[in-house]
Structure formats: structure tokens, C-alpha cells
Design a protein around this ligand. Structure first.
Ligand code: AKG
Ligand code: FE2
Length: 280
């Protein structure tokens, strides 16, 4: 295995990308069923539940349990080896896509924690864990992240309303000292042509080339060149970005229905790396 220093991984250019071309709808639906099975064992009393196959963390009421300990053999009955194999396969594909886009070595990035499924509905928040809508910077919130990816597992307007992902560029520019920029060594921000291009909308890479994201208002470009609102027609879509202050973001409140996604995160620091989950 190629063992590059962090120099081959740490973002030199900050950026964002979005693609529908690496994970099929069918694969996304299969992985959503895995999430549904796992989350059916628990679930938050409020609107936001998580399931982390790595640590076993599962929302339950107002708390979390380790589902591997709490449910024991029952967990082994509901997840199959194929489920875990698919999870690992999709993770690898996303990792390779990020490496290719940012010009780094896939072997120099490591999966890190937390990497988790999220299920959000419109129930009222019961604890702060249910408050998923706050603007945040992943590297600040989670520490080890260098690259964040989000795999969407349900469809905006079909399965749920509200719940769009929003990059908050103006806020980031206002509140962040240049010196405090994390993660991209002060380098420029890239919106990758061929992956994402914000001129009069958001262009998404698909199996047949580029296509304009459906469902955005014609007035979208008037917002700002850099504020992206990512979601419509989303099952199987992967959004990925550098995790520093350049990518301050939030999720709108979900108004109806249920929204599934998975946050898959990568670090350049091998000490913070984690392995794929295994069924024991
Ligand atoms: O689900 C999303 O669209 C974003 C989730 C997020 O921001 C996070 O997990 O840090
Ligand atoms: Fe985030």
C-alpha cells in the first residue's frame, strides 16, 4: 500500500463536489433498508435519530445505546454480511471519487468517526441531539474530519419536505478571520467544473454527463454565486466537500415525511482512522 505523508491528503484546495454517477438508486435503496432495519430497533423521541454501525451508537428515546451490546444477537439477525459488504463498497467508491476530484491519494485518506446514518422527521426536538439544523463546520464539530461526504437516501419532495442542505458562504466570510481558516491552508475555494458549477444553478455529474439540478427556482442565481442549496431528486446523490470553515453549512428543518442520509467522513491522520464495520 502506498503510504504517503499527510502532505498527499490534506486539502490544498478547498472545494465541493456533487455526483449522481457513482452510486445507483438501487444501491442507495438497499443501503436505506439497512438503515431502516437498524433504526427500527431504536429511534429518538425527537426528530433526529442516528445509527453508527462502527461504534454501535443508536438513538433510543432521549439517549443513545450501543446496539451491539444492548440488542446482542438480535442485531446479527437483522443485518447480513451482504449489507455490510455493500456499505464498505459504497464507502470505497466515495473515497476514490474524493481522491480523484481533489488530486490526492485515496490510500492516504482514512475513514473516520463519526460516520453515521441519520433519519430526520418533523417531530419536535426533545433533546439537543435532535437539533440537527444548526449551522456548523464539520472540522470544528467533529474534530478529525478533513473531507465530509453525504450520501442521500431519500427524495426531496417525494419522501420529505424541508430538509435541504445549505452552504452558508456569506456567514462563513463574515464570521471567519482569514487566519482562522482550517483545512485548506488558506488556498482558494474550488467549485469543481464537471462536478459542480454554480452559474445559473447547480450542475450535477450524472452517468450521461452533466445535468442541471431539478427543482431550483429560476431566480436561484440571484441568491449568490456561492450559496448552494443541494437536494431535489436526491436518492443516491453524493455531495462531498472539505470540512473546514470554507464550508459552513446547515440542514433546513424537515417539515413533513422522513429524510435518510449517511454522513461518511475521512481524515488524513491515520491515528484517527477507523475500519469498516464487521458483523461478528
Ligand atoms: O444530512 C445532511 O445533509 C448534512 C448532515 C451534516 O451536516 C453532518 O452530519 O455534519
Ligand atoms: Fe455537517
Amino acid at each position: 500500500m502506498l503510504d504517503l505523508p499527510v502532505g498527499g491528503c490534506t486539502p490544498r484546495k478547498c472545494g465541493r463536489g456533487i455526483t449522481d454517477a457513482i452510486i445507483s438508486r438501487g444501491e442507495a435503496e438497499r443501503i436505506r433498508r439497512l438503515a431502516e432495519k437498524g433504526l427500527s430497533l431504536g429511534g429518538s423521541d425527537g426528530g433526529a435519530s442516528i445509527l453508527d454501525l462502527h461504534s454501535g451508537a443508536l438513538s433510543l428515546g432521549k439517549h443513545f445505546v450501543n446496539m451491539y451490546r444492548y440488542f446482542g444477537d438480535k442485531v446479527r439477525d437483522i443485518f447480513t454480511k451482504e449489507d455490510f459488504h455493500l456499505y464498505s463498497e459504497l464507502r470505497q467508491r466515495i473515497q476514490q471519487k474524493i481522491a480523484l476530484t481533489f488530486g490526492i491519494s485515496s490510500a492516504s485518506m482514512y475513514l473516520t468517526k463519526p460516520t453515521f446514518f441519520s433519519r430526520i422527521n418533523s417531530s419536535e426536538a426533545k433533546t439537543t441531539h435532535d437539533e440537527y439544523w444548526h449551522p456548523h463546520i464539520d472540522k470544528v464539530t467533529y474534530g478529525s474530519f478533513d473531507y465530509t461526504s453525504l450520501l442521500y437516501l431519500s427524495d426531496y419532495t417525494e419522501d420529505f419536505g424541508g430538509g435541504r442542505f445549505v452552504f452558508m458562504d456569506e456567514g462563513a466570510n463574515r464570521t471567519v478571520e482569514p487566519r482562522a481558516v482550517l483545512g485548506c491552508n488558506g488556498g482558494p475555494m474550488s467549485l469543481f467544473p464537471g462536478t459542480i458549477l454554480v452559474v445559473s444553478g447547480v450542475w450535477i455529474e450524472s452517468a450521461t454527463g452533466l445535468r442541471l439540478m431539478p427543482g431550483l427556482p429560476a431566480s436561484f442565481a440571484a441568491f449568490s454565486d456561492l450559496v448552494l442549496i443541494v437536494l431535489p431528486d436526491s436518492t443516491g446523490r453524493v455531495s462531498f466537500f472539505t470540512s473546514g470553515t470554507e464550508n459552513l453549512h446547515r440542514v433546513e428543518k424537515v417539515h413533513w415525511g422522513t429524510r435518510y442520509a449517511i454522513t461518511i467522513s475521512f481524515t488524513c491522520n491515520p491515528d484517527h482512522g477507523i475500519g469498516d464495520p464487521v458483523i461478528t
